[in-house]
Design a binder for this molecule. Structure first.
Ligand SMILES: NC(=O)c1ccc[n+]([C@@H]2O[C@H](COP(=O)([O-])OP(=O)(O)OC[C@H]3O[C@@H](n4cnc5c(N)ncnc54)[C@H](OP(=O)(O)O)[C@@H]3O)[C@@H](O)[C@H]2O)c1
Length: 319
């Protein structure tokens, strides 16, 4: 009798179970198709000629004399933008400006300022006056000399102020100077270079990681405010790129040259508000945020940076 009841119940549940299975399979297939399609759109088709001087004649790049910033300046000059280069050393600025002018036949201007100082913005404002700015790349950034516990960072008071001024204040202040005219013309692109270390806390690089989380939140909040006004604001979160900052001399697939990274990143503008910018980095971003538990990422970050700290201090014999 009981056995018959179970059979009857299973027969009654058969049709609903069939539909639950069918709907789940169809949703998964649609989810997968959507991701394959949008991945193809971003990483294969790209955004066409979105980044052209039609946005405005000038592109402004901070931290433009080395690494990722220099590559943005080169790639944007190649696309026909006139380039305003901003960094500390006038000599390096002149070298990059000369090379862009001769390679790409574009106009350049330079401003030599130290983003570690906060009284530089009236000077930058005066130098930008009258320029039609289509693209701003807030790239300038500094990291630790080596991973270190917060209280052991040499010259901590100065370190905190400088890192916040260079990594955070520069992004807010440069945006304050450039965005009003973009808003008035209802077009413009602002790329804010955060870091994958802004996606989760990175122990022993805690101040750097926190400044980069700020840049990411600032960008995404601002994009929500200004999207409807025709402005694109993108948060860019690279993993390792072979530059002076990382001291990586031999590029690999997951640690690309800045040229390779920037060429890939620029195809994502307008397609992703927040991006790791380069396909292998996008896979690493997905693995470390979706697949691996948050606590494990922090644990391995701590272990890796402790080992790097030990190596650095042994080499410098500072222990
Ligand atoms: N490389 C990576 O793996 C990586 C990963 C994630 C995120 N990022 C981010 O990407 C950005 C660029 O990094 P990068 O590796 O290309 O750095 P980099 O090779 O060290 O170049 C930094 C640039 O910024 C300028 N700069 C440094 N301090 C400055 C200051 N106080 N005032 C004005 N200019 C200054 C430097 O020129 P001068 O010294 O002549 O001033 C140089 O042009 C940073 O925001 C960084 O946090 C890098």
């Amino acid at each position: 009798m009981e056995y018959l009841n179970v059979v009857k119940m299973l027969q009654l549940a058969e049709t609903p179970l069939y539909w639950v299975g069918a709907v789940t399979t169809a949703s998964l297939a649609l989810w997968l198709l959507y991701h394959i399609f949008s991945g193809f759109r971003i990483w294969v088709l790209g955004n066409g000629d979105l980044l052209s001087p039609k946005l405005g004649k000038w592109a402004v790049v901070t931290g433009a004399t080395d690494g990722i910033g220099k590559s943005y300046a080169e790639e944007l000059a190649r696309r026909g933008f006139s380039i305003m280069l901003i960094s500390r050393s006038q000599e390096k600025l002149d070298d990059v400006a000369k090379s862009l002018e001769s390679l790409y036949n574009v106009e350049t201007k330079t401003i030599a300022v130290d983003f570690g100082q906060i009284d530089i913005y009236p000077r930058i404002d005066a130098a930008l006056a009258g320029l039609e700015i289509g693209v701003l790349v807030n790239n300038v950034g500094i990291s630790y000399t080596y991973p270190e516990f917060f209280l052991h960072i040499p010259d901590l008071d100065n370190f905190i102020n400088t890192m916040i001024n260079v990594n955070i204040t520069s992004v807010c202040q440069m945006t304050r100077l450039v965005l009003p005219k973009m808003e008035a013309r209802a077009k413009g692109v602002i790329l804010n270079i955060s870091s994958a270390s802004g996606m989760y806390p990175v122990p022993l690089l805690t101040v750097y990681s926190s400044t980069k989380a700020f840049v990411d939140f600032f960008s995404r909040g601002l994009q929500a405010e200004y999207k409807c006004k025709g402005i694109i604001i993108q948060s860019v979160l690279p993993f390792y790129v072979a530059t002076k900052m990382t001291k990586i001399r031999k590029p690999t697939l997951d640690k690309p040259t800045p040229e390779r990274y920037v060429a890939a990143e620029l195809t994502t503008v307008g397609l992703q508000d927040q991006t790791n910018g380069y396909f292998p980095h996008a896979v690493m971003g997905w693995l470390t945020t979706v697949l691996v538990p948050y606590k494990l990422v922090i644990y391995f970050g701590m272990r890796m940076n402790k080992a790097l700290r030990g190596g650095y201090l042994r080499r410098r014999k500072l222990r």
